[in-house]
Design a protein around this ligand. Structure first.
Ligand SMILES: Nc1ncnc2c1ncn2[C@@H]1O[C@H](COP(=O)(O)OP(=O)(O)O)[C@@H](O)[C@H]1O
Ligand SMILES: [Mg+2]
Length: 428
């Protein structure tokens, strides 16, 4: 019996000791294990342990430090990733990153826009997505040589019409202390606008050269004739008259070119003042009286009593009006024809119309008529002595005033050129 009691006491004591041991060591250890698992899963919330065991306290403290450090690193990494993707997505240049096997890892928004890409591109090969020999060539050279490579690609996107020009720069990406590149960075820069401007400039220079060549070669030809012996008085008089006419044409060409270059100046500020459009039109007609009389044309001016003044640069608008009247006389109204000029208020604008009863302008020429040097009938129209710049000057002047110019014409029924000038100008 006694023995049994002793055994029971020992058992109770034993259980108690085990209980204390469990309380002091196993429970905190299990709690610690739970926290370690949580951290391993990437959950770095602050570590709080309830166990009081001193031998676990140090481990707990270290664990807290580790968790805090990891949390900070995670935040930093997320911030870095965020700003990197923000930069890539807001760039106007295209960016493509691939592995050294040319499998795509990243394509930014600008690239997708340039190539009209839809759907997932990550994981596909460069040539599968871009289908450009030039692009692939540049990429392969960069990976092969490890050096920066550059090229230009021209391509058209179905349904978009125009062709795009891109300059592509390829840089092999190499981690420090590695021999071979382990990735590739492609930067795509859209130079379409630049190339278009270059071709406009080339065309302009070619046109100007052509326009100068004709009168100069005529003048040279007659100078040679005059240098010969025995040229009659009559021939001399005729030659000088022709040279004068071509000299005048060169002068007009230079004047028009200067006007165009001044109107195209960046940030050109017009010196405007409230102007009586009716008065200005009367002046223009007066200045061209002799040309009007020469072509035996009837010019009628129709202006309402009270036409509000418009804020314009007088000299420029006068130039636009006289260009349109000169055209109506030269290309429009036939001998004995009629030209009607009307000015009136139309909504927010003052409209000024020049209507003639001439041959009109073929439909296929109408969209190009305001382009520099464009003439109906090509070289034949050049014989009229114009520079081919008149309408492009009119358009420039009117647009600088915040207005617009339109054309209505059907072949055989004359033409009407209309200028609209806003009453409340926004150009200043
Ligand atoms: N009123 C008009 N009627 C018929 N054709 C016109 C008229 N105005 C202009 N054009 C055509 O538009 C072309 C361009 O005009 P413009 O730029 O003023 O050049 P230019 O008068 O020096 O030839 C003219 O060459 C002519 O073919
Ligand atoms: Mg003209």
């Amino acid at each position: 019996m006694k023995g049994l009691l002793e055994m029971a006491v020992v058992a109770v004591l034993g259980c108690g000791l085990i209980g204390i041991a469990v309380m002091l060591t196993i429970l905190p250890a299990m709690e610690l294990l739970g926290v370690i698992r949580r951290i391993a899963r990437g959950d770095y919330r602050p570590v709080i342990l309830t166990g009081r065991s001193s031998f676990l306290r140090e481990a707990t403290n270290n664990l807290r430090l580790i968790a805090e450090m990891l949390a900070r690193q995670k935040l930093l990494l997320a911030e870095e990733e965020f700003s990197l993707s923000m930069i890539l997505e807001s760039m106007t240049e295209g960016v493509v990153i691939t592995g050294s096997d040319l499998k795509i890892r990243l394509v930014n928004k600008a690239t997708a826009g340039m190539f009209n890409l839809m759907g997932v591109t990550e994981g596909l090969l460069l040539q599968e997505v871009f289908m450009s020999h030039e692009l692939l060539g540049v990429a392969q050279r960069a990976v092969g040589t490890g050096e920066v490579q550059q090229g230009e690609l021209t391509f058209g996107i179905p349904g978009r019409g125009e062709r795009s020009h891109l300059v592509v720069t390829a840089v092999a990406l190499k981690a420090p202390a590695t021999e071979l590149p382990n990735g590739l960075l492609l930067v795509l820069y859209d130079v379409t606008r630049l190339r278009e401007l270059e071709s406009v400039r080339r065309e302009f220079v070619a046109n100007v050269t052509h326009e100068f060549r004709t009168p100069l070669s005529v003048i040279n030809g007659y100078l040679e004739t005059l240098g010969e012996k025995g040229v009659s008085r009559e021939m001399q008089r005729k030659s000088i008259a022709i040279m004068q006419r071509h000299g005048d044409r060169l002068n007009r060409l230079i004047d028009d070119l200067l006007t165009i270059s001044r109107m195209e100046e960046r940030g050109l500020r017009l010196e405007t003042a409230p102007t009586d459009i009716g008065g200005l039109l009367r002046e223009v007609i007066q200045q061209m009286e002799s040309q009007i009389a020469e072509s035996d044309t009837q010019v009628t001016l129709e202006i309402p009593e009270a036409l509000p003044h418009v804020d314009v640069e007088r000299y420029r608008i006068e130039q636009a009006f006289s260009n349109l009247l000169a055209n109506a006389l030269r290309h429009g109204a036939p001998i004995g024809g009629e030209i009607t000029i009307t000015a009136m208020r139309e909504g927010p604008d003052i409209s000024v119309r020049f209507r003639d009863n001439g041959p009109g302008i073929p439909l296929q020429d109408q969209p190009h008529l305001f382009e520099r040097f464009y003439r109906v009938g090509g070289d034949r129209a050049r014989q009229t002595g114009g520079t081919g710049l008149g309408l492009s000057i009119v358009k420039n002047i009117v647009m600088a005033h915040g207005g617009r110019v339109t054309l209505e014409s059907s072949p055989g029924e004359g033409s009407t050129f209309s200028i609209f000038l806003p009453l409340i100008s926004l150009h200043a």
